[in-house]
Design a protein around this ligand. Structure first.
Ligand SMILES: [Fe+2]
Ligand SMILES: [Fe+2]
Length: 326
């Protein structure tokens, strides 16, 4: 369906229309679903919002893994609330993507057949309870860094979804940090567990900002369209600068020998993640890619009867309404 839409727009793209569109964005106006937009803008947004939605949904899996093993009732309630929030984020974002003319079935199909990706971080396992702290602190922390600027993005439905999502993400980050803070006051074994979680999660978290600017293919056009507000490297630097101080407060060591404060730049210098590993995980060879995708596919298949029952119920209702009207 949306392939046709994109095709018909591409044929109608005259330079004057494109210039008017760009001028609206430059003036800070929001683009709304029924407004004309270039085919490339629609396509890029569908890819970006779709991948974002998929990341929220797949992102529930590594944490869902620990709900039944949370050490206290309070921690369990926090984690459960957080994982439910992520489901909600996925739903707002699928709705935002649908306003661009793509159906939810099409989005799921693209996730299941590998045409659409989700954040590479969720292809790593969560091995200990401390990982729940590190995920909240680092993964939700990186997500906030990415998402706060997107509240000002040019596409109205996406920008508005981000406002609510960001409020919830900051709770996620804090519950993770609080968990680590608590464990760091505990036994030596608990402290080691926290350090181990940071050691495993640090570089995958840095990868969440995407490839280095010099290798990022979509940046320039997306920034002109205000679909992307900062470059990958800018956000990664901001994340490092804030996180180093938080690690110090926790009493944890960032696993990077090259990390040091640079007086002349006013930022921390740090090692780049292993980009070969990043590309390997993105292309399907991370430790949990297969498991994550299988979990999503079986959830989709197991839910078939619910979708069919809802359709049958809707049909019966409309038949009843028709009969009553006659
Ligand atoms: Fe989220
Ligand atoms: Fe979150």
């Amino acid at each position: 369906m949306y392939a046709q839409l994109v095709k018909s727009e591409a044929s109608a793209e005259d330079p004057i229309r494109l210039a008017e569109f760009q001028a609206r964005i430059d003036r800070g106006e929001k683009i709304e679903p029924k407004d004309w937009m270039p085919a490339g803008y629609r396509k890029t947004l569908i890819r970006q919002i779709g991948q974002h939605a998929h990341s929220e949904i797949v992102g529930q899996l590594p944490e869902g893994n620990w709900i039944t093993r949370a050490p206290t009732l309070e921690r369990k309630a926090n984690l459960l609330a957080k994982v439910q929030d992520e489901a909600g984020h996925g739903l707002y974002l699928y709705c935002a993507a649908e306003t661009l003319g793509v159906s939810r079935d099409e989005l799921f199909e693209m996730l299941h057949n590998g045409k659409m990706k989700y954040s590479s971080i969720f292809n790593y396992p969560t091995l200990t309870w401390a990982d729940m702290g590190a995920v909240g602190w680092l993964v939700d922390g990186a997500a906030i860094m990415n998402q706060v600027p997107l509240q000002r993005t040019s596409y109205g439905p996406y920008a508005r979804a981000m406002v609510r999502i960001c409020k919830e993400e900051s709770f996620h980050q804090r519950q993770g940090y609080h968990l680590l803070l608590h464990m760091m006051k505990g036994s030596e074994a608990q402290q080691r567990m926290c350090q181990d979680a940071l050691n495993r999660m640090w570089f995958p978290a840095l990868m969440m900002f995407g490839p280095s600017d010099k290798d990022s293919v979509h940046s320039a056009q997306s920034m002109a369209w205000k679909i992307k507000m900062n470059t990958n490297d800018e956000l990664r630097q901001k994340f490092v600068d804030e996180t180093v101080r938080q690690a110090e407060f926790l009493g944890l060591q960032i696993p990077d020998d090259a990390l040091r404060w640079n007086e002349s730049t006013g930022h921390y210098d740090f090692s780049e993640p292993d980009w070969d590993e990043f590309h390997d995980v993105i292309s399907g060879n991370g430790p949990c890619n297969h498991e994550r995708l299988e979990a999503r596919k079986s959830a989709w298949n197991d839910g078939a009867w619910v979708r069919e029952a809802r359709m049958a119920h809707a049909m019966k209702n409309s038949e009843r309404r028709l009969a009553a009207a006659e």
